[in-house]
Write a protein that binds this ligand. Structure first.
Ligand code: NAD
Length: 487
């Protein structure tokens, strides 16, 4: 069927406080994962649009950076309230754009974007500078100033949640921002522009550029006046960005991929572990960088866990995002569904046995072209095979038995990644011991995805460079200057 472009909504960039079309007037299709249909068009921005945004940010910086923390805080609180007021609209947009259940967008994604703005709006009011006295000599005091213009680039899995997680501290610290959401899920970032107007954000302070990574994203990273890049996305993209930005001496924060272990000891609270493991495996269709995709189970409870887990997984309702009973919606794109399916095929070639799922789900029209996949559980794989080493980033988990702490640590630490880890045991000494030795930036003991926005967030090894969250983010988005005064 021929597409009639005129009826599709055209999203716009938000530059200098104005919505504007891309200068080259070129657009990218935006697909609705639930139906597989194009439902809007996204600006295919390039370096000309980025240039305009940088010019606007340059003009806005002296005003924004010289406001008091109190004044900036008030504007950011209003942004937070503006999203809260339109929560339903944002949640519907997020769910439609991403394929996630509407209930998840309503309960998690959008409230978290509200909290991100509110948290950093108030955090700057409590940010104190340091002073170090040198007895008999004088004292040092350290000021922290905004960097200037910074770039924030985010992925598609938690669109507004992760977009705001970067933008809010960057703005709170006094920077002007050129931000690019994922071209796969641009809609809520587009809506954010409307909220900025209402909140009284001065023009040019936050500029939102839509488009592809290789064109718009690359232009942000390469622009010499963009002094820092905060990026969340894949490890390969992170490496490419680092290669470009490092010789220009840009500050870099990279939040990258993961292949997180979920370590379950015999002596865990079985029921609590089982219900949380369902979430840590399949929440958001398994498309959370913190999902535990490698489940290691101590041999004493391996069969008990496997049988109970598979029974529950078999009952997960995969349906369209608006169905209130939906536990898993659509994967984000056709390409991503194909990638995940190719890993399921690979797992079988590598000797894995599929215990549940493994196949796409066919829903009735109008959802018959949507990207649905059954949650998939695989056992019988070596911990070193590709399925167990490479990030799949979908609703696919592997089960691997282990005997001892030493053995599970060797397997858990065997990948190039080191983002997060979950540990299940009632023996706290053991939990601390394993937490201490596991190679990860974030560890949850007897829980998963409990987030305190004050804590450092990020990974080790190929999972990233630097930390977000709390003071870490405010430190990243500022430059320290130490001043010594002789007494
Ligand atoms: P991606 O790397 O393809 O894209 C992320 C963003 O970078 C998008 O906005 C994209 O347009 C942009 N981009 C792509 N190429 C670019 C380039 N050359 N220069 C500048 N920008 C570019 O990642 P994705 O597929 O959107 O997201 C999935 C990945 O994100 C997974 O690997 C997942 O683990 C990771 N992730 C990590 C975290 C974390 O906190 N560590 C959180 C969420 C997702």
């Amino acid at each position: 069927m021929e597409r009639i472009e005129e009826v599709l909504e055209k999203l716009q960039n938000y530059i200098n406080g104005q919505f504007c079309p891309p200068i080259a007037n070129s657009y990218i299709d935006n697909f609705e994962p639930a139906t597989g249909q194009v439902y809007s068009l996204i600006p295919d921005s390039d370096e000309q649009d980025v240039l305009q945004a940088v010019e606007a940010a340059e003009k806005a910086f002296p005003v924004w950076s010289s406001m008091t923390n109190e004044e900036r805080s008030q504007i950011l609180v209003r942004v937070s309230e503006g999203i809260q007021k339109r929560l339903d609209e944002f949640a519907h947009a997020e769910s439609r754009d991403n394929g996630k259940p509407l209930s998840l967008a309503t309960k998690v994604d959008i409230p978290r974007a509200v909290s991100n703005f509110h948290f950093f709006a108030t955090a700057i009011l409590h940010y104190a500078s340091e002073s170090h006295r040198m007895e008999g000599m004088g004292f040092n005091y350290t000021t922290r100033k905004p960097i200037g213009i910074v770039g924030c680039i985010s992925p598609w899995n938690l669109p507004l949640y992760l977009f705001s997680w970067k933008i809010a501290p960057a703005l709170a610290a006094g920077n002007c921002v050129i931000a690019k959401p994922s071209e796969v899920t641009p809609y809520t970032a587009y809506l954010l522009g409307q909220v900025l107007d209402e909140a009284g954000m001065p023009p040019g302070v936050l500029n939102i550029i839509h488009g592809s990574g290789m064109k718009a994203g690359d232009a942000i990273v390469k622009h010499p006046k963009v002094k820092a890049i905060s990026f969340t996305g894949g490890t390969k993209t992170g490496a490419y960005i680092a290669q470009t930005a490092a010789p220009m001496f840009k500050k870099l924060s990279l939040e990258l991929g993961g292949k997180n272990p979920n370590i379950i000891f015999d002596d865990c609270d079985f029921d609590s572990m089982l219900s949380t493991t369902m979430l840590s495996s399949f929440a958001n269709q398994g498309q959370i960088c913190l999902c535990g995709s490698r489940i290691f189970i101590q041999t004493g409870i391996y069969e008990k866990f496997r049988d109970a887990f598979v029974q529950k997984v078999d009952r997960i309702k995969v349906s369209h995002p608006d169905d209130p009973e939906t536990k898993m919606g659509a994967l984000v794109s056709k390409e991503h569904l194909q990638k995940v399916l190719s890993y399921i095929e690979l797992a079988q070639e590598e000797g894995g046995k599929i215990l549940s799922g493994g196949t796409p789900v066919q829903l009735p029209a109008p959802y018959d072209q949507g990207y649905y996949l059954r949650p998939t559980v695989i056992e019988g794989l070596d911990f070193q095979c590709r399925t167990n080493q490479e990030e799949i980033f979908g609703p696919v988990v592997t089960l691997t038995p282990f005997e001892s702490e030493e053995e599970v640590l060797k397997m858990a630490n065997s990948t190039q990644y080191g983002l997060s880890c979950t540990i299940w045991t009632e023996n706290l000494k053991k939990a601390h011991r394993v937490a201490d030795q596991v190679e990860a930036g974030i560890v949850w003991i007897n829980s998963w995805l409990v987030r305190d926005l004050r804590t450092p967030f990020g990974g080790v090894k190929a999972s990233g460079v630097g930390r977000e969250g709390g003071w870490e983010a405010l430190r990243f988005f500022t430059e320290a200057k130490n001043i010594f005064v002789k007494s």
